[in-house]
Design a protein around this ligand. Structure first.
Ligand SMILES: [Zn+2]
Length: 103
């Protein structure tokens, strides 16, 4: 029977399970302890720079069958993980561009 992860309690139980803890370690190792999004931006964020978390691409709550499927898991740094789940609002900061001043 497929378990459900809809309530906070169900989710907590999942994240505390040995199956998840082991899987989480596997994924961290698979992805070389690097945030996938930072990597895409050309940066390297490893466990030395940030807290790394393993993210469900298709969310646990809606896709319980994919809870422990490798292809559905990726490493994100704490910042990107929060951003992805919109746990807090990010102020959009534009990168200051180097403008040549021409007359
Ligand atoms: Zn990141």
């Amino acid at each position: 029977m497929q378990p459900e992860y809809k309530t906070e309690e169900q989710k907590r139980a999942f994240y505390n399970s040995t199956a998840w803890r082991n899987k989480r370690e596997d994924i961290l190792e698979r992805d070389n302890y690097e945030c996938a999004w930072c990597k895409k931006d050309g940066g390297v964020t490893t466990k030395d720079h940030a807290i790394l978390e393993v993210d469900h691409i298709f969310e646990l709550e809606h896709y319980p069958k994919l809870a422990l499927v490798d292809e559905n898991l990726r490493v994100l740094c704490n910042m990107h993980h929060n951003m992805r789940h919109k746990r807090f609002q990010f102020a959009v900061r534009k990168k200051s561009k180097w403008d040549d001043e021409r007359w």
